[in-house]
Design a binder for this molecule. Structure first.
Ligand code: CA2
Length: 145
């Protein structure tokens, strides 16, 4: 378990690549998973990759990530609304990197506030699918070359 990274995706991200490519790019969620798997393999880490449209299920996923190396979390719209997800991160003592495909600060004002950021170790936004790779690299233990 200590060498596992959990990548957790929130509501509507199962639709990636089907609509709004100008905002979210053309990659599908399967492409995101493949990129994460490659990044984890490069660092010798196990990957658990999950998506849910349901807030409570995302809370369960976070609880199940307890004891892992870290979590890459794109909570999608729940980023801007969910105290439950923030509480779950705190309660499980998780090392979380918050990721967004789009630059939320260049979008509507309601996307500028995040309940996740104050309980995250770091935040990456606006870099598309690369954000997930960078987050995995940030969570991976540094090994001597
Ligand atoms: O930029 C991101 O990654 C977001 O987390 C995506 C969320 C949005 O609510 C956040 O503010 C920023 C929305 C995900 C919706 O995904 C779609 C995928 C394809 C088509 C339409 C929506």
């Amino acid at each position: 378990m200590p060498d596992t990274i959990h990548v957790i995706n929130g509501p509507n991200l199962n639709l990636l690549g089907t609509r709004e490519p100008e905002v979210y790019g053309r990659a599908t969620l399967a492409d995101v998973e493949e990129a994460c798997r490659e990044a984890c393999e490069r660092h010798g880490l196990e990957l658990v990759f999950r998506q849910s449209n349901h807030e409570g299920e995302l809370v369960t996923f976070l609880q199940e990530a307890r004891g892992s190396l870290g979590v890459v979390l794109n909570a999608a719209a729940y980023t801007h609304t969910s105290i439950a997800l923030a509480d779950a991160i705190k309660a499980a003592g998780l090392n979380v990197v918050e990721v967004h495909l789009s630059n939320v600060f260049a979008r509507e004002a309601f996307r500028h506030h995040s309940y996740i950021s104050p309980v995250a170790r770091g935040v990456i936004c606006g870099l598309g699918i690369d954000g997930y790779r960078l987050a995995i690299g940030a969570l991976a233990p540094r090994r001597a070359m």
